[in-house]
Design a protein around this ligand. Structure first.
Ligand code: NAD
Length: 438
């Protein structure tokens, strides 16, 4: 089967590479000439573990190509996946559908034979119907179907998530489109991964409901963490005790500096907006959005306390600025709230991140990028663990504490304990939802 994927970002590239690994012929299209040049020379423009090897294997097998030219790509294609960005529209929280609609119109102009136009981007309920209208208006003679196929992969574990999904969701209107989608996902059917085939609206809704639920779970434990700090409980113990209940489950119960990333912040805002537009307010999601902002600000207050009430003149070493480990993605990362607050207060900020520099240099322009955590801690007043990269999980805390001006640590991912910090010579240690070091 010949498949076109439009957009070679985190979702489009992973999908294209994995579809080709299923055995399909895949052409990945992007408008960004720099990305297509890199891909053609065998380089992956993003950091995603294992993606480079899988990509090269399928390019070498002749099943995967990259182009700027949609016209050429569409030749003989049976399905085209739209995997372009749907960022938050400025001002109203709505998902910006400009890129999706532009891609749909381009497909309509280039397609000649029956094709299934699949939206993989996260889009509000009703978008696939709009895609159908746009395509029909642009090319009234075209024989086509639309399908919704939201993506659930997580950056940092994207290949495994795509190849071994908890489920695949497919929204269709016709048996013909259902057959094409079934053929595409046949290798997963054969391995008995659940495929939920449903209508367009339900498929679109599943994606937002799932993401809003996960964001709610994180926010719930972050609120519990704040209360734990007040009453002397330990949120790690609380999460463990809660998560062992099968009805609750242990995932997404780690307290931290608030959620960020390319999906939860924009998808919760978009769901809240969909609720408002349909006079069915999403009150829980609206609360999650505002509490998450408070959580990030609470982290800044925590750091201020550790710095005796002022950042002015302090040297602060930040470990990790990407929104989570194993990705270079900085979109809506908590660091984008925390670091500017430190700089604004007059601190000198040093940043260590295994993959974040490329993106981060533009977003955090006034920081010093340092490769080694030990060099970054020299003569520092405070170290802050903001992203739990493996590189920061087994630091020689004694070496760090002894090289700092004042050995103080904010462990915003709860990867160490007050006991570890004390034993290493830290004079102050603060984490999230657990008692501080006395
Ligand atoms: P991204 O910004 O990394 O990539 C989008 C790509 O599309 C860019 O390379 C851009 O140049 C390209 N593009 C835009 N318009 C185009 C056009 N008309 N023709 C060709 N190329 C075009 O985005 P992403 O993170 O991959 O997200 C894509 C969608 O998938 C979003 O709706 C997002 O919500 C959803 N999603 C993302 C993730 C994730 O973890 N990143 C997970 C699940 C779902």
């Amino acid at each position: 089967m010949r498949i076109v994927v439009i957009g070679t970002g985190y979702v489009g590239l992973v999908s294209g590479v994995c579809f080709s690994d299923f055995g399909h012929d895949v052409v990945c299209v992007d408008k960004d000439a720099r990305k297509i040049d890199m891909l053609r020379s065998g380089k992956v423009p993003i950091f995603e573990p294992g993606l480079d090897r899988l990509m090269i294997r399928n390019v070498e097998a002749g099943r995967l190509t990259f182009t700027l030219d949609l016209d050429e790509a569409m030749e003989g294609a049976e399905a085209v996946f739209i995997a372009v960005g749907t960022p938050t529209r400025r001002g109203d929280g709505h998902a910006d559908l400009t890129y999706v609609m532009a891609a749909a119109e381009e497909v309509a102009q280039k397609a000649k034979d029956y094709i299934v136009i699949v939206t993989k981007s996260t889009v509000p309920v009703g978008t696939n119907r709009k895609v159908r209208e746009v395509v029909a208006a642009a090319n009234p003679a075209l024989d086509f179907d639309v399908a919704s196929n939201p993506e659930f992969l997580r950056e940092g574990a994207a290949i495994d998530d795509f190849m071994k999904p908890d489920r695949v969701v497919v929204g269709v209107e016709t048996d013909r489109a259902a057959k094409v989608m079934a053929e595409i996902y046949r290798p997963l059917y054969l391995r008995e991964f659940p495929i939920v085939t449903t209508d367009l609206e339900s498929a679109e809704m599943i994606k937002y409901a799932a993401n809003a639920f996960l964001a709610t779970k994180i926010t719930f434990i972050n609120e519990i963490a704040a209360l734990c700090e007040k009453v002397g409980a330990d949120v790690k113990e609380v999460s463990k005790g809660m998560g062992l209940d099968n009805r609750i489950g242990k995932n997404f119960l780690h307290a931290g500096p608030g959620f960020g990333g390319s999906c939860f912040p924009k998808d919760t805002k978009a769901l809240a907006r969909i609720g408002q537009e349909n006079a069915s307010p999403m009150r829980i999601t609206e609360a999650v959005i505002s509490i998450n902002e408070q959580v990030k600000r609470r982290m800044v207050d925590k750091l201020l306390d550790l710095c005796d009430g002022t950042f002015n003149g302090k040297v602060i070493a930040i470990m990790g600025v990407t929104f989570k480990p194993n990705t270079d993605d900085m979109r809506d990362a908590p660091s984008l709230t925390v670091v500017p607050a430190l700089l604004g207060g007059g601190a000198t900020v040093r940043v260590v991140d295994p993959q974040g520099r490329h993106e981060g240099e533009q977003l955090l322009p006034r920081v010093d990028w340092i490769e080694d955590p030990y060099a970054a801690s020299q003569e520092a007043d405070l170290i802050v663990i903001l992203t739990e990269w493996n590189e920061f999980r087994a630091l020689d805390l004694g070496r760090i504490a002894s090289s700092m001006k004042t050995p103080r640590m904010a462990d915003l991912r709860n990867i160490y304990t007050a006991e570890d910090a004390r034993a290493a010579g830290f004079k102050a240690y603060s984490s999230v939802g657990r008692p501080d070091m006395e």
